[in-house]
Ligand binder design. Structure first.
Ligand code: F6R
Length: 240
C-alpha cells in the first residue's frame, strides 16, 4: 500500500482527482469504479472543474458504482444514482449509457446481483476503483462479518452504518436497511485501488486497515493483499 498524506481535505481531493485524471488522460476509454459518501465530493468537484476548463474529457469513459440502496429509485434524493447525477454525471460529458449502478428498484436480489457482476465482467474489469472507508472498516457496503463475500450481493446494513448515514435522511427510520454492493472479489478485480480517507474520526480505523490483522470483521484490511493500492489521507486521518 502506498500512502499519500495531504494537509487538508481539499488537498486530499486534488491529489486523488489527479490520479483519476491521469488514468483518463492515459486511457480515455477507462472503466472507473466510483463511490459515494461525503469523502469523494471534493474529488468530483475537482474533476468537473477540469472538464469545464476543457482539460479533461469523459466522452469515452465508463463508470460503475460500488453500491446502491435496496428499494430506492434513481429519482429518490437519497439514492446513490441521485448523488452521482448531482455531484458528477450532470457536470461532465460522460455518456448516459455508460454510467452504471446497481438497480435498487429490482426486488429480485439474485438476478440483480448476477446482472451487475456480469456487467462488470463484460466491461473488461475496472481500471481504477475509488473507495471511501466506513467508520467500521467497511468498503463499498461490505460490512463487518464472519467471512468476506466475493461477488455483488445484497447486504443488511449494520446499526453503525445506518447511524452514520442517518445524517442524509430526515429520520433514522428512513435509512434503508439493505443495499446492493460489489463484493470483495469484485473490488479486487480492479487493476488499481484508490482509497480516500479524511478526518480524525477515521484515524483509528485507517490504521487498522493498513497495519492490522486481515479479517472480515474489518473488511478494509483485505486491501493489504491487493497489489496496487494508493491511500490518500489528510493529516487528521493519517495522524497515527
Ligand atoms: C459509498 C460507499 C461507502 C462509503 C463509506 C464512507 O459508495 O461505498 O463505503 O465510502 O461509508 O462514507 P463517507 O465518505 O461518507 O464517510
Amino acid at each position: 500500500m502506498r500512502l499519500i498524506v495531504t494537509e487538508h481535505y481539499n488537498d486530499m481531493s486534488s491529489a486523488a482527482a489527479r490520479i483519476i485524471a491521469s488514468q483518463v488522460i492515459l486511457k480515455p476509454d477507462s472503466v472507473l469504479g466510483l463511490a459515494t459518501g461525503s469523502t469523494p465530493i471534493g474529488i468530483y468537484e475537482q474533476l468537473a472543474g477540469w472538464y469545464q476548463k476543457g482539460e479533461l474529457d469523459f466522452s469515452k469513459v465508463t463508470t460503475v458504482n460500488l453500491d446502491e440502496y435496496y428499494g430506492l429509485a434513481p429519482d429518490n434524493e437519497q439514492s446513490y444514482h441521485y448523488f452521482m447525477m448531482k455531484h458528477f454525471f450532470s457536470r461532465v460529458n460522460l455518456p448516459k449509457g455508460r454510467q452504471f449502478l446497481p438497480d435498487g428498484t429490482n426486488p429480485d436480489a439474485g438476478r440483480e446481483c448476477e446482472r451487475y457482476q456480469n456487467l462488470i465482467g463484460l466491461l473488461g474489469g475496472i481500471d481504477v476503483q475509488l473507495l471511501g472507508l466506513g467508520h467500521n472498516g467497511h468498503i463499498g457496503f461490505n460490512e463487518p462479518a464472519d467471512a468476506f463475500v466475493k461477488d455483488v450481493h445484497l447486504v443488511e446494513l449494520t446499526k453503525q452504518t445506518i447511524e452514520a448515514n442517518r445524517r442524509f435522511f430526515e429520520r433514522v427510520e428512513d435509512v434503508p436497511r439493505k443495499a446492493y454492493t460489489m463484493g470483495i472479489g469484485t473490488i479486487f478485480q480492479a487493476k488499481k485501488i484508490l482509497l480516500v480517507v479524511s478526518g480524525a474520526e477515521k484515524a483509528g480505523i485507517l490504521r487498522q486497515v493498513m497495519y492490522g490483522a486481515i479479517c472480515p470483521q474489518v473488511p478494509g484490511t483485505i486491501l493489504q493483499l491487493h497489489s496496487d493500492v494508493t491511500v490518500v489521507a489528510d493529516r487528521e486521518a493519517a495522524g497515527f
